[in-house]
Each structure stands twice: as structure tokens, then as C-alpha cells.
Ligand binder design. Sequence first.
Ligand code: 9MR
Length: 614
Amino acid sequence: MRAVLPALLLPVAVGCAPIGAKTAPPGSKIKDAPPAAVVVNQVGYFPALLKLATVRAGGSAPQAWSLVDSVGHEVQSGQTVVAGPDTLAGDTVQIADFSSFDREGHGFALVVGSDRSYPFDISPTIYHKLKYDALTFFYQNRSGIEIAMPYAGGPQWARPAGHLSDKSVPCAAGSGCSYRLDVSGGWYDAGDHGKYVVTGGISVWTLLNLYERTKHLGSSLADFADGRMNIPEKGNDVPDLLDEVRWEMEFLLKMQVPDGDRAGMVHHKIHDKEWTALGLAPHEDQMPRFLYPPSTAATLNLAAVAAQAARIWQSIDAPFSKRCLAAAERAWQAAQRHPAAFALPGGVGGGPYEDVKVDDEFYWAAAELFITTKKPEYKQFLASSPYYLKVAPRLPSTEGGDVASPMTWQTTAALGTISLAVVPNALGDKEIVTARKAVTQAADAYLQILQKRGYRVPIDYGQAGKAPWGSNSFLLNNLVVLALANDFNHEQRYLNAVAAGMDYILGRNPMDQSYVTGWGARPLRNPHHRFWAHQVNEKYPSAPPGMVSGGPNSGLEDPYVKAALGGCAPEKCFADNIESWATNEICINWNAPLAWVLAYLDEKGTTPLKHDQH
Ligand code: 9MR
């Protein structure tokens, strides 16, 4: 029965929080209301999936909760489950599970005693627009092309082409070469203007895997067809998602060493000589830029994604497909000749993206090359690799210890096994079943973690308990694995865990923070970015909607959080401030899994199932 809530239960301090899930554009002048004690996914929930709110309250007694609609009518009620202390979050929590409520609507809130959550929707289409916002990250960060209306999404984000001088970039001193290369185009990595092959590689892989997964296992490929994304290439008869990825792929191909004894290897990165200041549009950057030495890791990244691209473009653009395959095989052979050309830590003006262990990159590249070519030499290589058909559920953390996550720019073996599990290939049915089991086992590990975490989120940070740099992206990659486990097993507990993980990204977290710009009552506003630098200089715009922050990072490497956040619980080591490059940057290899997971959930949200045990 519907009951009107007593006035006492109505919001106490929602301040100037906007009503409705979608908020005003990001901007530093806007003051958000404080975090609530009841935290929810501020964008929304699916009618047919798990719906959890986390109540940040001590005490061992369950409490009554009320789900209220936009006019304060109670539409459902229940008792919380006491979940206890969550040390990674630094909160003692209870859980309100309102999954059985399956009616659609706007402006719901979850009320416990005198505490009230920020508003959220319940609808199968909560992520339909957001998934395109997440994908627009890549157009917005294109180098070497004017960012123009209507594709920019608003005139404030339009800007002249950046770094046209990348058409002729010299080798850095001491890098063992003396030529110049045209390495124009591609996507900027992050808040800086560097372009790095290893983040380019995993980002291209993730977006192409989104395409391949949707094609072979999904039902929403039409959402990425020509004309569906707001990019200049719409109308060219090629799926827009592929057009966007090709912008980066063309750049990666240009990073290959043309001739000489390192021919076929790939330069690790190109970036500014020194770090530039915030408040700088790409076309304003006057800093000299250099090519840094080729590395085995970068070479194998190109081998992997060019092989992946070759099979996808085969029926779309045969000459491009051929060019990609030739580059991939050339890179593979060059990596065999130079298996220990390591990118090392250190340097200025750009990220190091160091990697001194590349057997995982070898495995990944062999997997993509085998799927595309069926050649026995790649199959043999795969079969003798320690990573063969495995997905390790944990990887080393940048902050010490390990993190429950399968893949990063530095640890890439899982990418190979996932491709073998997703894309039809000549390995044999038994082997493909084994690959799928490996994905499922990793997903099972994340399900177990979700059950143990008070917040019900599928990630932990091992013995050391330290959130790594870009922790949100580690969680998003776990959601990719959970989503694939759902594809392979059709068990809704996996799908529910994907939804629960996305809840964390969009507000059901210890900061009551939507980590995505433009979405949620407390959206991300001030990511670290040289052009979206409104917070330091009003001449520049704030970030467009759909950009995910790297999020909590126990390392506190930047001076801003070092001064502000000493002693923080891992998932509270975060500041939504442009100065915090260690907790609040944006990055291509973070928005790529965001787009992947949103696209997945959007597909599933429109084919509703019943919720089950979680
Ligand atoms: O994401 C990278 C993280 O894994 C590393 O620990 C960190 C320090 O080397 O660098 C991160 O990458 C940054 C890169 O170095 C420069 N461009 C911005 C990237 C995101 O913060």
C-alpha cells in the first residue's frame, strides 16, 4: 500500500542538489550538497536487476528503510542487512536491498530514519545516453583534427586541431635513432598531451572487443552502426565505433620503426619535453615533442591490436585490413628479435608506462595473430605460454601488494584469453571451453569478493589494502569479466554483479560521488585535464559529460591530496580537484572499459530478466 511519508522522514539537507538523475553540466563554481549517509547509484537502477543502497551507519541492529517516489510517497519498505565494517571503504555499513521493486520512474530516493539518498531513476534505459557520452571521450581527445560542432557536443568544447607539428617528430636524444616520423593523429592519453602506445593498445583492444563481443554474443551492434555516434565520419557506411577506433589505429601504425636494425619495432611514446601547466588547449602547446625509444611492450601492443583490426576490417576495408596485418606480423617478428627492449621508470614531460615483463604481451599478441591468421606458429607459441587459456584474477598493484583485477596496460595476458573466448577461432572447441571457464573462474573470484565487501562491490586490494592509481578502471575491467561470464553461463548473479559494480562508479561508494562528469546528483566536476581546465582558468571549459575519473588512489602521489588526505581509507583517497593528477585524472584506458560496461548493461537493460539470488 502507498503511504505518504511523515514530514520527519523527508530530506533534511539536500541543499542545492539538483532533482533528477541528470544534472547541470560540470563546472567548478557549482557547490554540491554534502555526501549523504544513504548512498545509491545516482543515475539509476534497472527494473529487473539487483538494486542495492548502502547505508553508512554503525550499529548491529537492522534498520527500516523506505523507498519513496518523487513526491515522497512510500512505494516499498524493508529492513537493512547489517554488513559490518568495510575497511577498504573506512565505513561501517548496512545494505538496503530493494530489488523486488520493479516499477519504472524518476526521482526515487531511499530513506533510512532521517537520512535520505540523492535521487535516482528506475528504468531499462538509464545508460542509453550515458554510453554514448562515455564514447565521446575519444573524439574529444583526438589529436591533429579540429574538434568542431556539432560533434563537440557544445561550442565550449570546440577547438582548433592540436599538435599539427606531430607530422614531423624527432627522436629524443639518446634514443638510438636520428630520424623524424609523422606520428600525427591518435588520441591524447589523458590530462596531458602525451600519446603512449601501451594505453592506446589496451584502449583500442577494449573498444574493438566491445565490437566483437556485441557482434558474436550480443544483440546491440546496431547501436554502433554508421550514424549512431556524433563524429565527423558518420555517413561513411562504416560503423561509427570502428571509425573512432581507426583514428587511434592509424596513429599506432605510424609509431612503427620504418627501417634499420630495429625495423618493425614500435616507439613506446611521443610526448612533450617537459610537463606543461594546466589551462592549455592542445593547439596552444609550444613545448618541443620527442619520440622515445621503441620497446618490446609497444611493439607487441601493435602486433595484437593490428591483428585484431585486420580481421574486423577485412570485410569493411580490405586494403586497410591488409596493411594492419602486415604491420602486426612485422611487429611480431621484430619483437622476437628484440625481446628485452624495456620501457623503464622515470623521465619528465610524460608518463613512463614502464614494463619490464613482457611475456604477457607476447601471449596476447600471439592470441590475436592466431585468431586472425590461423597460422600454426602462433598456436604453438600460445600452447607453450604459461598464460595459455588462463585469466589470473589478481595482478600486481602500483601501490604495493596486489589488486583483484585481471588486466591493465601493463598486464595484458587476460586480453588474449578473452579474445580466444569471445571471437570464433580455430583453436578447437575444447580449448575455447577452457578459455571461457578461465574467464568464469575470475568472475567467480570477483563474486566472492563482492559478498565479502560491506559495500557489495567486486574488487579488493589484497593484503596491502591499497587502492591503485586508476582504481576505478580496475573495477571496470572486473565488470568486463563478469559481463562475459554472464554471456558464457547465462547466470544472472554475474549480471547483477556488473550492475552493482557500476553502482559504485555512479555514487554507491564511500565518497557518495558519481565518478562520471555530468551524471548524478554529485557528479565529477574537476578532472585533471589541460583543456577542461575551468577550475583554474575560466577561459577554458569544464569537462563534457561522460568522463570517468581514475578515482581513489592510496599512493597520494600529487601534492594536493598529499596535503589534504593523509591517513585516508583506500576508497576515500580521492579529491575532485583538477590539481589531483593521482586521484582525478581521466585516461583513454579508463573510459574504454567504462564505455564497454555501459554498452553491455544498456543492451541487457532493454532485454529485462528477473532478479535472482545475489
Ligand atoms: O595509469 C598510470 C598508472 O598505472 C601509473 O601508476 C602512473 C604512474 O606511472 O601513471 C598512470 O598513467 C598516467 C601517465 O603516467 C601520464 N598520463 C596520465 C596517466 C593517467 O594518470
